[in-house]
Design a protein around this ligand. Structure first.
Ligand SMILES: [Zn+2]
Length: 136
């Protein structure tokens, strides 16, 4: 079935798609739960947050002693800006403020991945059924 992503026809196309596909009650419930969780998820920042320790360039620093005491940990926000990877160190206050926004982003990615897996299972089941019909 061919359908387009135009905003006006999206709902109609979605309904047609759901009618055409064999979607179980369980799959429909899972899709509804994912949609509800997506709707509940708030603002989200792009990129990743990591905590890192490092050695500086000074020759006689504690980070080069034996055993070494590395600098940090520092909260680093890494993301792509116009195809370039940009890393910014966050202050403790920024980390506290932005941390939940990275958690939301992670949650969104997990939900989208779950929805894609669910949709793939539906499409693959449909393909298997069609091939079964056409088979010997
Ligand atoms: Zn150092």
């Amino acid at each position: 079935m061919i359908w387009k992503y135009h905003t006006s026809s999206l709902t109609v196309a979605h309904i047609l798609w759901e009618k055409a596909m064999q979607i179980t009650r369980q799959q429909a419930a899972a899709a509804a739960r994912i949609a509800a969780e997506l709707a509940r998820t708030g603002f989200a920042l792009p990129g990743t947050l990591s905590l890192q320790r490092y050695r500086c360039g000074k020759a006689h620093c504690r980070c080069r002693a034996e055993p070494p005491t590395l600098h940090g940990p520092y909260a680093l926000w890494t993301r792509k800006i116009e195809a370039k990877t940009v890393t910014r160190r966050l202050s403790a206050a920024e980390l506290a403020e932005y941390g939940p926004l990275f958690e939301n982003a992670k949650r969104l990615r997990a939900l989208v991945s779950e929805l894609q897996g669910l949709t793939l299972a539906i499409v693959e089941a449909e393909t298997d059924a069609q091939q079964g019909d056409a088979g010997p």
